[in-house]
Design a protein around this ligand. Sequence first.
Ligand SMILES: Cc1ncc(COP(=O)(O)O)c(C=O)c1O
Length: 364
Amino acid sequence: MTQKTATALFRPALADVPQYKPGKPPAAVDGLAPYKLSSNEHFLPAIPAVTEALTEAVNPATYPDPAAKALTTELADYVQLPQDHIAVGAGGSEIVTALAHITLEAGSEVIYPWPSFELYPQASALNGATKKPIGLTEDFSHDLWAMAQAITDNTRLIFLCSPNNPTGPAITGDEFNAFMAQVPSNVLVVLDQAYWEFCTDPSAVDGLAMLKQYGNLVLLRTFSKAHALAGFRIGYAVGHPAVIAAIRKATVPFGVTPPSQHAAIVSLRHVNQVLARAHSIAAARDEFIDALRAQGWQVPDSQANFVWLPLEEYSTAFEEACVAKSLAVRNLNSGVRISIGPPEAMARVLQVAEEFRQDHLIKQ
Ligand SMILES: Cc1ncc(COP(=O)(O)O)c(C=O)c1O
């Protein structure tokens, strides 16, 4: 089949859909332990209570509970809201695609910060919507003023990502309120909180508190990051019952498997351990940023489990310098995102960064 014949099989919108690019694995280098710092995964396994619970037998012959009742009950309890405020999905990614499905079609517009999570443009384009990526400010935060200016009568969906993947800054509560005051009530605003557990800035927006004020707000969260359950694919939305009912129509039935539901429940029951681990990653992140700044790098603030180096045209050379040391980082061309790994991995990145500055940047 020729490319032209193949294209004729599909909706025209597909031509505009970018392909998701996952983080690469580290290259093998003799004598060096490899570290994958390219996907913002937790560098530790899930907490012991979860790994112990996983040894319990499950019967794969039967479907999971489609309503994920037990997990929904646990989550509702955790966020202190009724169960009709929670929808679960196969990762936050499924929630992102469901949000695009329930709001977007040809002729509608979606606004999102850029660079940000790669799935926003992909899910939006798949629904035929017009994408309006809005560049970040000089300090790599959302340009909320420009995002508000971009709203038109056709805007149906806005993604906010706090802390922002890949750059790291969080939106403050004041910034969020000032933004929401400019958003019409018929536009759904998604506050993507995939990394909220790593956020230590007390002025960062409190998503759950904001839900009480804004009927057009929905929160997106995941078990992939702080809970260290990325392979199990569990995410959830917290929002008003009408929004949640619509999301439930757009998610795949039985998408969260029984072991995944079980693991998420156990992890939530030990959430204090999860949060304590997230805070030690946050402390390692702050130390890593301080060390990079001491070397002379301009590094944006990060409230997540990763750090952004705005390397621009040096991004690929920096990625290659990491590859040579068995470190996988995420090269997004305008910069490189480095996930926080164990201390020896971060020490090795610092060494690469120091040498890179000497070789490429300081001489200029
Ligand atoms: C900002 C953001 N939102 C949502 C997700 C979705 O994660 P998952 O589908 O693993 O829950 C990710 C994953 O990297 C992310 O970075």
